[in-house]
Write a protein that binds this ligand. Structure first.
Ligand code: NAP
Length: 239
């Protein structure tokens, strides 16, 4: 029996990368997982690897009507929610002059506006469970890198929102945690030519272990922020 036994966790961006690793890690600790991403096929393949997968819901977290439907389904079919993990994200690597309005909107809507939508929709259930919100942010929430204008804007905004939510929601008994990984060995890293060998970057399992450790703290303790970086250091962007 794990420390998260029976906890109902809704995880966005669950079909691959960091999200899939979080799902497996929490599932191994007894959590019951509601897995969300846009594409049904990869999501179902992911669910087959996750102990404790309860539901797969293919929705787009940028669409208000999808998010509304998602939480209505959870309320109707599961009746409770203990943990919301906002992990779905996109990344654009381009000089600012070539960044299109579409790039800008995609980053802002996926990495920031979705947190507004999901967190507001989850609140009625999280209030009842005195639950947790965990936002997977980035080193790019604190440090800016060239060629990442849309991503940085979204992730800086997301940490601002996360900090405000922590202060507002503590009165409701809801804990809010920010996880800030550095470069992690997922599909997203293909944008970079890294001097660090793939095995020396963070692995998705490392980020998942940080999420697990935050959730396993006693209720009196909140892990406000974890910044987790590759020990080998910085990255070099592709020309
Ligand atoms: N990899 C890194 O170096 C790194 C570093 C720091 C922070 N992060 C953050 O970690 C999180 C996960 O990144 P990752 O590297 O694991 O990315 P990834 O491998 O590209 O996975 C992204 C996940 O998000 C889902 N997704 C994307 N847009 C969505 C939308 N509109 N609605 C619902 N689901 C959506 C994708 O599935 P569908 O395409 O099927 O929707 C997929 O499951 C992101 O927030 C990212 O910013 C990553």
């Amino acid at each position: 029996m794990g420390q998260l036994d029976g906890k109902v966790v809704l995880l966005t961006g669950a079909s691959r990368g960091i999200g899939l690793a979080i799902a497996k890690t929490l599932g191994e600790q007894g959590a019951r997982l509601i897995l969300v991403a846009r594409h049904r096929g990869p999501l179902e393949q992911a669910a087959a690897q996750v102990p404790g997968a309860l539901l797969t819901l293919p929705i787009d977290v940028t669409k208000p009507s999808d998010v509304k439907r998602l939480f209505a389904t959870v309320q109707k079919r599961v009746h409770r929610l203990d943990v919301l993990i906002n992990n779905a994200g996109v990344f654009t690597f381009k000089p600012f002059v070539r960044t299109t309005l579409d790039d800008w909107r995609r980053n802002l809507e996926t990495n920031l506006t979705s947190l507004f939508l999901t967190t507001q929709a989850a609140l009625p259930m999280l209030r009842r469970s005195h639950g947790d919100v965990v936002n997977i942010l980035s080193i790019s929430s604190r440090v800016s890198f060239p060629n990442c204008s849309a991503y940085s804007a979204s992730k800086f905004g997301a940490i601002g929102l996360t900090d405000v939510l922590r202060k507002e929601l503590r009165a409701l008994g809801i804990r809010v945690t920010a996880i800030l990984p550095g470069m992690t060995n997922t599909r997203m890293k293909k944008e970079f030519d890294s001097p660090v060998a793939a095995q020396d970057l963070l692995q998705p399992e490392d980020v998942a272990a940080a999420v697990r450790s935050a959730l396993e703290q006693p209720r009196r303790a909140t892990v406000e922020e974890i910044m987790l970086l590759p020990s080998g250091g910085a990255i070099r962007a592709k020309k």
